[in-house]
Design a protein around this ligand. Sequence first.
Ligand SMILES: [Zn+2]
Ligand SMILES: [Zn+2]
Length: 164
Amino acid sequence: MNTKPSDDELQKRVETISLQDFGKPFRHLAYFNGRLRTTGGRYFLSDHHIEINPRHWMEWGWEVVDGIIRHELCHYHLHLQRRGYRHRDREFRELLAQVGGLCHAPPLSNLSPRRRSVRWLLSCQACGRQFPRKKRMDPSRYRCGHCKGTLRLQEIEEPVEEES
Ligand SMILES: [Zn+2]
Ligand SMILES: [Zn+2]
C-alpha cells in the first residue's frame, strides 16, 4: 500500500502548519516514532521535539496526522511562551479549538486479521527492541538476544508494524 512519508517530509509539514495556523516558526525536530503504541504524537518538554506515530498515518492519512500535529504544536508554542501548555490548562484548550487540533487521536482499529493475530509484544527495557509473540510467556525467564537486557511482556491491541 502507501509507504510512510519520510521524516523530512514530516518535518516540512510541521513547519508549514506552524507558520500557517500559529503564525510562528517551528524551530525544532519532528519525526516518526514507530514505537509509540496508541498515542498519536508526543511533545517533549526537554528538547522541544515532536514525535508522530506512523501507524496513524498508515491507517488515517494526513487528515488525522495534521490534527495530531496541531495538537502537539499547541503544547510546543504554549510551552515555549511559558503559558498553559498542559491538557487541563484553559489556554491549551482554547488554542487547540482555535487551530482545529485533535483532542484525542482516533483509535487504530482498521486492523487486518493477520495483524490482529499477534497478541503479545516482548520488549527490551534496555535497547527498546520489540519481539512479537503469538503466545503468552514468562519474560523473566529470558533476556534480550541483542543486549541481554531485561524483557517486558505486554498484551497488544494494535498492529505491529509490517511491510506491505
Ligand atoms: Zn497532548
Ligand atoms: Zn536489548
